[in-house]
Design a protein around this ligand. Sequence first.
Ligand SMILES: [Zn+2]
Length: 103
Amino acid sequence: MELQDVTRVCKVCGKEMDLENFHKTAWGYTHVCKECVKKNRKKNKDSKALMEECERKIEEARQETLKDIPSRDLMAELHRRGFDGQLSYTYTEERKIDISKIR
Ligand SMILES: [Zn+2]
């Protein structure tokens, strides 16, 4: 067996190691060592957790009550919370009109 068949240089850390430090697949050994694969897996897991945390915070902000916000500020408030689009609302005002004075 030639030297190049027993060692391999990891594409991530650049270290030359014995093939036993690389995962074996149906197509041969991987080009990234086991240690780097493990590190990368952890990194992906961490960023997934961070992403979920962000999504949870955004959802919380969306759930915040809107009842105390004046209608003229509502669009700006919704935009701040990440909503986009058009808002329409109906405003009803009750007024008593004395029809006897009309004419
Ligand atoms: Zn490596």
